[in-house]
Structures are given as structure tokens and as C-alpha cells.
Design a protein around this ligand. Structure first.
Ligand code: NAI
Length: 307
């Protein structure tokens, strides 16, 4: 069956521009009733306006879709609660939450004013926490939910001048990994996209010539798949944009035991670096307990731990 969001209610945060606007329209075009949330500030998160969210609602309604605007900031607990309440008040429930709202404030770490660090953590991490926390009990109770986090290659792999943004973006992966443990059995599935798209956030570093290839819709297709009933995945991270879709995964090497039960010297660690960091046979784990169990298993197998 083709993906359809008929009878589904979605909240898209930061949906007044760029990727969020595209996600909201993409879901609405396929039948979802959508809460278009946006604070309407600058790319750095300054100021506020109702225009951004209103415009996208108008676009959706003009195309025959169903949408309502929400102007709260995701960066407060009351804001998160209100955003989800808007969905429940207007459409009776919440099925899909796309945590997309974001801001950027670049500066090298040495020069970064720490207020600009916490501001980004507040929007990206706490914004997702507040919205997800408000939706979570409702999703668990209805035994249905799809949550999409918006991470970034800047957090997954690092980016110069983005210590605040990278930290905030990777922290969403930690949140997703933990929520995966709590939601999956109740059909509340959390995944993440790492987008590549030309928006006002990236226009200073991308050529306008790339615009057609870098349109946000390429990312929205991935968000829509993660938001669908058909998708049973949880804890996945997908780099996506320009028609390119690729899984990103945290993996641990096979590893090596050093010191024969004694604490190894730092020199010994240096000498065995090749073995410690050999990623052939590296594995990913479904949770932290599995990883620890696997280390104990290797200890037994290699005679390091007497059974
Ligand atoms: P954008 O600046 O076009 O859109 C972000 C939207 O979020 C804006 O409409 C803004 O008003 C809204 N927003 C900001 N703070 C808010 C708050 N406190 N409450 C509610 N709404 C708020 O940027 P873009 O590119 O569309 O970014 C969307 C998401 O994708 C962000 O989380 C960004 O970090 C992430 N991202 C984007 C990439 C890209 O290539 N464009 C790359 C990696 C991640």
C-alpha cells in the first residue's frame, strides 16, 4: 500500500520556512492534518512573527490540505506543551512529530559567547525534548507514534566553528537512542534525518546553482517514510538530500584486552593502537546492555574472565 497520512495528525516544528515548510506540505499533500509550528524569527533565532507559520498554512489550505498554525517557541516547556495541545485541540490527537525547528550561530569555540551555546541547546535539544515529552504519553497510550529528529553531519562528524550546533545536533541522537528503548514495543518509533538542503540556513555556504538539486523535498520524502505506518524502523540515522539517502551508524571495533588483568601502561595503549582501532568486524549494538554483555562474552571467550 502506498504511504498515506489520511486520518493522521502531524506536528512539524519550524515549519514556516526551509525544510519544515517542505515537510509540512509533503505530509499535508498526502492527507495529514498538520500543525505548522514556527516562531518566525531570524536564522539566528532572534525576533518572532506569526507570518511564517500563517503563510505555510495558507499554502496548504490553498492546495486543498488541512493545517493550523502554532506560533510557540519549542524552546520552553510551556511552548512544547502548547504545540502538542494545538494538535489535540484542533484534530483530536497526535500521531507524528517532526522535530525540525532550529537556529544557527557560528563562531570558533575560543570566541563563542556561552550564551550562544545554551541558546542552541535550548532550541535543538530542549526544543525536541519539550515537544516529544508532551506528545510521548499520548503516543504511548494510543500505541502509535512516529517521531523524527533532525540531526546534522555537523554533529555526527564535526564542523569548524559549530561547537554549539554540533553538540546540540548530536545530543538528539542520544535522545533518539534512549527513546527507541522506551517506545518501540508500543509502536512509538523514533528516527533521525541528517539533511542536506539549500535553505536560508545554508545559503551562505552553498551555491544558488545547486538550488534545484538541493530542494528540501528530497529530505521530506525521507521524513515522510519515517513518519509512515509502513515504516517499522527505530533508531536509524539517515543522511539525506539531493536524491542521496545513506545510513549513518555508531559502531564499536572488535577491541583488544591489554595488561593480562593488570592496568596497562599508557605506552602499551599507544603500542596497541592499531588493534584497538581496527574497525574490521566492528558492530553496532541495539542498546548499552548488549554492548556490555558482548564485552563479557569476549572476556570469557578469550579466557580473560574465568567462567
Ligand atoms: P531555516 O532557518 O530555513 O528553518 C528553520 C525554521 O525553524 C525557521 O522557520 C525558524 O523560524 C524556525 N525556528 C527557529 N527557532 C524556533 C523555535 N524556537 N521555535 C519554533 N520555530 C523555530 O533552516 P532549515 O535549513 O530549514 O533547518 C531546518 C532544520 O534542519 C534545523 O534543525 C537545521 O539545524 C537542520 N539542518 C539543516 C540542514 C540544511 O542543509 N539545511 C543541514 C543539517 C541540519
Amino acid at each position: 500500500m502506498d504511504v498515506s497520512f489520511l486520518n493522521r495528525v502531524a506536528v512539524v516544528t519550524g515549519a514556516g520556512a526551509g525544510l519544515g515548510r517542505s515537510h509540512a506540505k509533503f505530509l499535508a499533500e498526502r492527507g495529514a492534518k498538520v500543525v505548522v509550528n514556527d516562531l518566525g524569527g531570524t536564522v539566528a533565532g532572534e525576533g518572532a512573527s506569526t507570518d511564517a507559520a500563517d503563510r505555510v498554512v495558507e499554502e496548504i489550505v490553498a492546495a486543498g490540505g488541512i493545517a493550523v498554525a502554532s506560533y510557540d517557541s519549542v524552546a520552553s516547556e510551556a511552548g512544547g506543551r502548547n504545540i502538542i495541545k494545538t494538535a489535540v485541540d484542533h484534530f483530536g490527537k497526535i500521531d507524528i512529530l517532526v522535530n525540525n525547528a532550529g537556529t544557527i550561530r557560528d563562531k570558533s569555540f575560543a570566541k563563542l559567547d556561552l550564551e550562544n551555546f545554551t541558546a542552541l541547546m535550548d532550541v535543538h535539544l530542549m526544543g525536541a525534548v519539550y515537544c516529544t515529552r508532551a506528545a510521548w504519553p499520548l503516543m504511548l497510550e494510543s500505541r502509535y507514534g512516529r517521531v523524527v529528529m533532525t540531526t546534522s553531519s555537523a554533529g555526527l562528524f564535526g564542523s569548524h566553528g559549530h561547537s554549539n550546533y554540533s553538540s546540540a545536533k548530536l545530543s538528539l541522537v542520544g535522545l533518539m537512542n534512549a527513546l527507541k528503548q522506551e517506545g518501540t514495543k508500543k509502536n512509538v518509533l523514533v528516527n533521525a534525518v541528517a539533511p542536506m538542503a539549500l535553505t536560508r540556513m545554508t545559503e551562505s555556504v552553498m551555491s544558488p546553482k545547486l538550488a534545484p538539486r538541493m530542494k528540501p523535498e528530497y529530505v521530506s520524502a525521507m521524513v515522510a517514510w519515517f513518519s509512515s505506518e509502513q515504516c517499522k524502523l527505530a533508531g536509524e540515522i539517515i543522511e539525506c538530500g539531493m536524491g542521496y539517502y545513506s545510513k549513518v551508524q555508531i559502531m564499536e571495533a572488535e577491541g583488544v584486552f591489554l595488561g593480562d588483568g593488570d592496568v596497562p601502561s599508557p605506552d602499551m595503549i599507544g603500542q596497541h593502537w592499531a588493534a584497538i582501532s581496527d574497525m574490521r568486524g566492528a558492530k553496532s549494538y541495539k542498546n548499552a546492555d548488549d554492548l556490555i554483555r558482548s564485552v563479557f562474552y569476549k572476556m570469557k571467550e578469550q579466557g580473560v574472565l574465568e567462567s
